[in-house]
Design a protein around this ligand. Sequence first.
Ligand code: C5P
Length: 230
Amino acid sequence: MRALALLPAAGSGSRMNSATPKQYLDLNGQPLIWHTLAALHAVPELDRIVVVISREDEWWDGSDWSAFTRLTVLRCGGASRALSVLNGLLALHDAGEPADDWVLVHDAARPCLDPALVSDMIARLGDHPVGGILAVPVADTLKLAGEKQAIARTHPRDGLWQAQTPQMFRLGPLADCLRAGMGPDITDEASALEKAGYTPQLVMGSPWNLKVTYPQDLQLASLILAAHAE
Ligand code: C5P
């Protein structure tokens, strides 16, 4: 079984209120994405780690990535996360990567990933007919907002999970589903597979595996990385 990681890292990070895209913001002395790459590089089952950056990216060349020996960089980011992933998959296909290789798509903006979780996911899903995603059960009570932010109703949280990454699917079917289903409703890889009629698997993720979206997430990520380095 061959497995590789694909990191969409072509976002502008507009919700961070920063001119520098969030993947390049300083996190404990390194660019944020450095930590994400370090986590994936520590997964022995991954043959390659492929990063998709924007064609206009001015930041990547400013850092030293030589510690990551299994790294490939593709300047083929798209206008949305789904397009960045699809462009990366098509480039891999054109370069001869087999259609039945497992691809673990992981947000560059999730730097606190535990490598052991990824190994566990690969072991659990390696024989699965479709693939699946890391996710965690929803812990909070959920409210549907009505007019003027009045509560319209409480939404039952039973059976609801929050999707994380990595999301692990085979290269060929994932590219086909993303291409066929492309639209604003495709906010992760699993939703493209679901839209095409497949049933991906949920694999228990971790609350530590947060996505850096807002400035306060960067502070949390810093604390998590520091605590786990001890
Ligand atoms: O913006 P959001 O947090 O949803 O982005 C998730 C991941 O997708 C980030 O790593 C970001 O760099 C990437 N992305 C991308 N191409 C885009 C938009 C986001 O690769 N056009």
